[in-house]
Ligand binder design. Structure first.
Ligand SMILES: Nc1ncnc2c1ncn2[C@@H]1O[C@H](COP(=O)(O)OP(=O)(O)OP(=O)(O)O)[C@@H](O)[C@H]1O
Length: 568
């Protein structure tokens, strides 16, 4: 704190200085008065003495003033020093105070910010808390709703389960009915059916005439000339084919004949694999239902038998075998829902026409003429057929079958090369055996699907038969083919006669093929023959012979097929 100068002292000093002036005059006047008085008293003072006294008074006054001035200066200097010290102290105090104030302000501002932040946090927390509470309430009500919904769904599920059980039984009854109806339809259609398929003219057919360099128009004309006169008059049901063919009479005169044939279905050259399979799929279905089915591709070499049965590598061109396999797997999978479990096994073999030997096309070993295993056909008392030492594969998927068939075809090529033979000189038989059991109904069934690519049906004159050596082999081979094909026709004819009440012996043993297919060539089984025809004029006579053979087969009725069902 600043120390205030004493006002009393100052006042005294001031009073002294101020009254000094008056005092001086008063002193002089007092001396004069004293002198006057002394004069009065002593009789009279001189004026010199009065002046001397006045001067002395003045000097004394001056001294006293000087003295007072000095005292005042000292006092002022002291006061100044004191003032400076006090000012310095005051400034120091002020600075300290300011600093302290600044710190306090900063602290205050920090505190305010903290408080404001705290308050914001408080607000946020309060808002969050409110939101959480609201969410919690919403969740709680959602949970209540869910619980109610679960209870409702559980009730509905229970109802649906009950309905499902009822529907399953209904579906099983319907499946049995469907099988019955399906097979009634098949029976009405006849257990022997014949389809006729004419292949299109191929670029290779044109090149054979060495006319490839001709113009497009010439090629078209050539194609027309080459194409046999085949007419398909039935545009509605597609069941008829008319072949106009020229032949020589005994006297050498040319006769033009028009021959009309009718089959269960006639496929024109533009027909697709899918259209053909549409008609065949029902037979594949029958095999799943427990029937024995045989599908033959019949026709001269190059007429399209292998194309129809195996087909090409694309989805559009794949043939009947891959399509039937796919359908079997698709259907057996679907039937799982209805309690059916199927086991599918397959074998693929070839019967060479030359010596009627069997080759295992699913076999693993080397194909070698010397070390060839001799396979024999055996029938047991239950009517089942087996081929000794043949590879029977458990089949699980269409892809597996596709791979197996491809390697089978490779083995077939190796075998035919070794035999100096060609594929058209042998029959190939792909067999699918299905056995199914229904765990719900206790039913079980066994079916067999044989897909047969027959050897070329051409007659001796057109098969390139020469004389001596290989020519004799060819002759024997062609005779064997014709024998086995006519044995097939004989078996079918005998079955037809038996079905019509005759007591005909069925000559299964007349060929390896019929003996092998014995269990599938009965009145209890279903047979389809696909007659493949070449569209070319030069094959007209072969086509006519084949059409006649197929008609003979088509006119045969086998009676009613029987399903091979066992009840456990
Ligand atoms: N419907 C068709 N559409 C297109 N091409 C076909 C058709 N039918 C057959 N072919 C073709 O005709 C040629 C002969 O057919 P394929 O080999 O199937 O006759 P094949 O009767 O089996 O003869 P082989 O008895 O010699 O085995 C093949 O090139 C085949 O691709």
């Amino acid at each position: 704190m600043l120390e205030k100068p004493s006002s009393g002292r100052r006042a005294t000093t001031h009073t002294t200085v101020t009254s000094g002036q008056n005092l001086e005059e008063q002193l002089v006047l007092g001396r004069v008065a004293t002198l006057g008085t002394s004069r009065d008293n002593t009789s009279r003072l001189t004026s010199v003495e009065a002046t001397r006294l006045l001067d002395a008074g003045k000097l004394e006054e001056l001294d006293r003033r000087t003295e007072l001035n000095n005292i005042a200066s000292d006092e002022i200097s002291n006061l100044k020093k004191q003032h400076e010290r006090l000012s310095r102290e005051a400034r120091e105090d002020l600075r300290a105070c300011r600093e302290e104030l600044e710190r306090e302000r900063e602290a205050m501002s920090t505190l305010k910010a903290t408080m404001s932040h705290q308050s914001d946090s408080d607000l946020t927390l309060a808002a969050e808390n409110t939101a959480l509470k609201a969410r919690d309430e919403a969740r709680q009500s959602q949970m209540d709703a869910d619980t109610q919904q679960i209870a409702e769904l559980t009730r509905k599920l229970q109802e649906e389960r009950q309905k499902n059980v009822a529907l399953n039984w209904e579906a099983m009854r319907n499946e049995a009915l469907r099988r019955k109806l399906h097979n009634t339809i098949q029976e009405l259609k006849g257990n022997i059916r014949v389809f006729c398929r004419v292949r299109p003219v191929l670029p290779s057919d044109l090149s054979e005439t060495s006319m490839m360099s001709t113009s497009t128009e010439d090629a078209k004309k050539l194609q027309e000339d080459m194409t046999a006169n085949m007419i398909f008059p039935d545009h509605c049901d597609h069941k008829e084919i008319v072949l106009r063919s020229s032949s020589k009479s005994a006297t050498g005169q040319e006769r033009i004949g028009s021959y009309a044939f009718s089959f269960d279905r006639v496929f024109e050259p533009g027909s697709t694999q899918a259209q053909v399979f549409e008609e065949i799929s029902l037979l594949a279905q029958s095999c799943i239902d427990g029937y024995n089915v045989c599908i033959f591709a019949y026709g001269q070499t190059g007429s399209g038998k292998s194309y129809t049965m195996e087909g090409g590598s694309t989805d559009t061109t794949k043939g009947m075998i891959p399509r039937a396999v796919e359908q079997v797997f698709r259907e057996t999978e679907r039937l799982k829902e209805k309690g059916w479990e199927y086991q599918i096994k397959g074998q693929f073999l070839e019967i060479a026409s030359y010596n009627e030997t069997i080759k295992d096309l699913f076999g693993k070993g080397e194909i070698d003429k010397k070390s060839e295993v001799k396979h024999e056909i055996k029938h047991d008392e239950t009517g089942s057929t087996r081929v000794t030492d043949i590879t029977v594969v458990d089949l699980h998927s269409p892809f597996q079958v596709k791979t197996l068939l491809a390697s089978g075809q490779d083995r077939r090529s190796v075998a035919t090369t070794l035999m100096n033979d060609c594929s058209s000189r042998s029959h190939s038989v792909f067999t699918l055996r299905l056995s199914g059991t229904n765990t719900s109904t206790g039913e079980s069934c066994k079916g067999c699907l044989n897909l047969v690519d027959l050897a070329g049906s051409e007659r001796i004159t057109t098969s390139g038969t020469g004389t001596g050596g290989r020519g004799n082999d060819r002759l024997k081979e062609t005779q064997n083919i014709n024998r086995s094909l006519s044995a097939l026709g004989d078996v079918i004819a005998a079955l037809g006669e038996r079905a019509n009440g005759g007591d005909q012996h069925i000559p299964y043993r007349n060929s390896k093929l019929t003996y092998l297919l014995q269990e599938s060539l009965t009145r209890d089984s279903k047979t389809l023959m696909i007659l493949n025809l070449s569209p070319l004029t030069r094959h007209s006579n072969e086509s006519l012979t084949a059409l006649r053979f197929a008609t003979k087969v088509n006119n045969t009725t086998l009676g009613t097929a029987k399903k091979r069902v066992r009840r456990s």
